[in-house]
Design a protein around this ligand. Structure first.
Ligand code: SAH
Length: 293
């Protein structure tokens, strides 16, 4: 079989999966090894080595069953770095990079690049690892209730050379973090999909762990339990950044306002202009009027 034939055949098989059959096929052929993008374009008549053809076929068959591309190749890009991903963790989403932007900007603005940050429900470790890479003197804590996810997060910390800069804890929501509070930055991308909307197979997201997606009847079960801890977790002048679904961001904002009545609270939109994050900035502890000497 030639390169061109292999690509054409795979494109047709993959087109119904995500509508990007040709791109997926080219991506998977490159991942199977031995064929560069240039060869695909310029030497489509060249025949495929049998071992490459076998590897390619195995990858295409997985993708054909609806498995997300990131699981098929075993990696996903996030904020310019590569992360190992597999069905133990959620595939990091591009919109979560907005949370990183906010965290970095705020930590720099308040001069706490050497402060302390927490990533609650770290999954692949995408958030914690990125913060540690971007701010090498930041003290980063990452937690998850899934030990499987924490194994992936640790491997991603090692892969990105920040294993020494991240403390990983197993536990429920704020519990493992309380002894180390307060934090200058707390990011949480907790499961927020309403149970009824948790997609059934063969939707690609159905391959992702249910514990990483299912947020209960209205999607806010986890946040309802977590948000009250923010008043203890976040330091004066610190920031909390919580990701949710466009449909429940407003309700999350109400929860945050109730828990942090003195904080500056905002809703932030994602790249598709959908409300996606609730951001809360805690006022300085010395906002009480100072007695005049
Ligand atoms: N932060 C990652 C992963 C988000 S998926 C990212 O942005 O890509 C949500 C994660 O929250 C999952 O890894 C899930 O295991 C974890 N989680 C679910 N319930 C939790 C709980 N009660 N305490 C801590 N983590 C929890």
């Amino acid at each position: 079989m030639t390169i061109g034939e292999a690509l054409r055949d795979a494109s047709v098989r993959l087109e119904p999966i995500g509508g990007t059959g040709r791109l997926d096929a080219a991506f998977l052929l490159a991942h199977a090894g031995g064929v560069t993008r240039q060869e695909m374009l310029a030497h489509a008549g060249r025949s495929l080595a049998p071992d490459v053809a076998d590897r390619f076929e195995a990858l295409v068959a997985q993708r054909e069953r609806g498995m997300p591309l990131a699981y098929v190749t075993g990696e996903a890009g996030f904020y310019g770095r590569m992360f190992a991903v597999d069905p133990r963790v959620l595939v990091p989403r591009p919109e979560t990079e907005i949370a990183i932007e906010w965290a970095l900007r705020h930590l720099r603005a308040i001069g706490r690049e050497r402060g302390r940050a927490a990533d609650v429900g770290t999954g692949s470790g995408a958030i914690a690892v990125t913060l540690a890479c971007e701010l090498p003197d930041l003290d980063v804590f990452a937690t998850d209730v899934s030990t499987d996810a924490l194994a992936v997060a640790r491997s991603n910390a090692a892969r990105n050379n920040v294993f020494q800069h991240i403390t990983v804890f197993h536990g429920d929501l704020a519990t493992p973090l309380l002894p180390y509070a307060p934090f200058d930055c707390v990011i949480a991308n907790l499961p927020y999909v309403p149970t009824a909307e948790c997609a059934p197979a063969p939707d690609p997201v159905s391959f992702e762990p249910r514990e990483a997606r299912d947020g209960g009847p209205d999607g806010l079960d986890l946040y309802r339990r977590f948000v009250p801890a923010l008043s203890t977790l976040v330091a004066p002048r610190g920031i909390a950044i919580l990701e949710a679904a466009p449909g429940n961001v407003e309700a999350l904002e109400v929860l945050v306002l109730a828990a942090l009545p003195t904080a500056g609270v905002d809703v932030i939109r994602d790249y598709a202009d959908l409300p996606r994050f609730v951001v809360a900035v805690i006022p300085p502890s010395d906002t009480k009027p100072q007695p005049t000497p």
